[in-house]
Design a protein around this ligand. Structure first.
Ligand code: ADP
Ligand code: XUL
Length: 557
């Protein structure tokens, strides 16, 4: 079969993430032609966000983003491509990636507004009254603990909910967020005709009508039956009345959401036949962009959140981590761990201890020894997901590291570390936690290889630490933004499935020629020293003992 794409065609992928809206354009050879970014804080300062979000000052864990900021960013980003003289008429298909779980509430009657957008005006001017709440709860929110417990109780327990939907109830998941709105802002709930995820929201703007929710991102809601890929009646009932009608339908990620709306045809000169392929979540899109399809490979994404994920054939959902449908292979799943304290917490330590410079941060990381002289740190600038610990920093030193066996050491708590040790402690701490929880969740250990992506994947010193702690080779991709790259690739994939009138395995598009595309990954650090790896194994066990005690003492569950 000939699965090549028409010579002149282009495929556009967006990534509406926490701090920015990014876009990548692939040509018919799957090479990157162009990329662009709109940074929310600096380029849309009138929304007054910090890191793309508003944190409730009372410290109740409520974190939201202004919905209209994402609308305005879309026009702004496309205008940047106009300035670069992009020929929009060559774009055959568009898709995208959205931060997962975050939700948008369309007011009754908004579908008509969406369907009649005037190309002479900006989107933001026309949609300012389209939402029943202007604040979108996002994945960083941790204010729905009560609702999580209510939902788990109603479906028969946390494990039952996990086996049904792929995850136990998590504060950031959309079901608990919707329940909180239903309980606390009933007028908003009743005034809402459609609830979108950021992914289906952005797709809705592009098609000028409500887009379905894709099944992969839909599994981040605690509402979808993960095996049957349909809404679960029992989970819907446990969440809020009349919810199914507000959610609309689910669709596979490779489906066509619709044709691009006349607004974009007239304003930017997209071709009328340009397809909008279902948008999905950012982690699923990264899985696609990294071409992760081999059991035994793991991906680590170091973005605003840190995530660890891989593919699995028959995963068993448990109390830790998440199971999602694989966005590019309907026969299998992806498994994932998520950390809220990722780049922003690393930045905090960099700013306090390393003169606000990644160069100084890296110098400190390199001049301190592996295992950090027994210093172990737990850094939670935000309420953490894994483990479920509240905001706080905890530092320990294992006594007599040089004399005793690591397994027998005791530790004592301290108030602070010197600056270089603090830098190593946060990096080792984050990575040891990833390895330990990946092992607990049944992910492959050691992995065959790790592919690292996200903003911090450009940092070679961090990549070296990953190799030492996980004991395998570390690979990186051409550009750290694998989510928008994956979205562009999925746009091409959806376009191809549509042309063939059936599902085509995504690998058909690149399998014989990956090195000629912008997709393949390259070896960044070869596998490390096995003696050091075994020391890290003991160090990790000690860390987990301390972590389990912290969870027992302070845990949010
Ligand atoms: P998201 O897509 O979640 O908004 P990105 O994947 O774009 O986030 O990552 C942004 C983060 O990358 C920034 O918050 C920054 O801390 C981090 N980053 C950028 N460069 C480096 C570096 N050299 N070392 C470590 N972190 C970095
Ligand atoms: C995934 C999660 C985060 C967001 C970040 O469950 O909460 O990784 O997707 O954008």
């Amino acid at each position: 079969m000939d699965y090549s794409l028409p010579d002149d065609s282009l495929f556009l992928g967006f990534d509406c993430s926490t701090q920015s809206l990014k876009a990548t354009i692939l040509d018919a050879n799957l090479s990157i032609l162009a990329s662009e970014i709109v940074h929310f804080d600096s380029e849309l300062p009138h929304y007054k966000t910090k890191d793309g979000v508003h944190r409730d000052p009372s410290g109740n864990g409520r974190i939201v983003s202004p919905t209209l900021m994402w609308v305005e960013a879309l026009d702004l980003l496309l205008e940047k491509f106009v300035k670069e003289k992009l020929d929009f008429g060559r774009i055959a298909a568009v898709s995208g990636s959205g931060q997962q779980h975050s939700s948008v509430y369309w007011k009754k009657g908004s579908c008509n507004m969406l369907a009649s957008l005037d190309p002479e005006k900006h989107l933001v001017a026309q949609l300012s009254d389209a939402f029943s709440t202007k604040e979108s709860p996002i994945w960083m929110d941790s204010s729905t603990t009560v609702q999580c417990r209510e939902i788990e109780r109603a479906v028969g327990g946390a494990l039952e909910l996990s086996q049904l939907t792929g995850s136990r109830a998590h504060e950031r998941f959309t079901g608990p967020q919707i329940r909180k709105i239903y309980e606390m802002q009933p007028d908003v709930y009743h005034d809402t005709e459609r609830i979108s995820l950021v992914s289906s929201f952005m797709a809705s703007l592009l098609i000028g009508g409500y887009a379905s929710l894709d099944e992969t991102d839909g599994s981040g809601m605690n509402l979808m039956d993960i095996k049957r890929r349909v809404w679960s009646k029992i989970a819907l009932e446990a969440t809020a009345p009349g919810l199914e009608g507000k959610l609309g339908k689910l669709a596979p990620a490779h489906d066509v959401a619709g044709l691009i709306a006349p607004y974009f045809v007239k304003r930017f000169h997209f071709r009328k036949s340009c397809l909008v392929i279902q948008w999905s979540g950012d982690n699923p899109n990264s899985l696609a962009g990294l071409t992760l399809n081999t059991l035994g490979d793991l991906a680590i994404s170091l973005g605003t959140s840190d995530t660890v994920f891989g593919v699995a054939i028959e995963p068993q959902p448990s109390l830790e981590g998440h199971v999602l449908p694989n966005p590019v292979d309907p026969t299998c799943y992806m498994v994932m761990l998520v950390y809220k304290n990722g780049s922003l917490t690393r930045e905090d330590i960099r700013n306090r201890c390393a003169e606000k410079s990644w160069d100084v941060f890296n110098k400190f990381l390199e001049k301190t020894p592996p295992l950090n002289g027994g210093k172990l740190g737990f850094y939670y600038k935000e309420n953490e997901i894994l483990p479920p610990l509240p905001i706080g920093f905890h530092r320990y030193i294992l006594d007599n590291l040089t004399n005793g066996s690591l397994d027998e050491l005791r530790e004592h708590e301290v108030e602070e570390f010197d600056a270089p040790s603090e830098v190593r402690a946060i990096i080792e701490g984050q990575l040891l936690s990833m390895r330990a929880h990946a092992e607990r969740s049944g992910m492959p250990t050691p992995p065959k290889r790790i592919i690292v992506t996200g903003g911090a994947s450009t940092n070679k010193s961090i990549l070296n630490a990953i190799t030492s702690i996980f004991g395998c080779a570390v690979y990186t991709v051409q550009r750290p933004d694998s989510a928008s790259l994956g979205a562009a690739l999925r746009a091409a994939h959806g376009w191809l499935c549509n042309r063939e009138h059936c599902f085509v395995p995504i690998s058909c598009m690149y399998e014989d020629k990956i090195e000629k595309t912008s997709l393949g990954c390259k070896l960044s650090v070869p596998a490390g020293d096995t003696e050091l790896l075994s020391k890290y194994t003991s160090f990790m066990k000690r860390r987990m003992e301390i972590e389990d005690r912290l969870v027992w003492k302070l845990g949010r569950r």
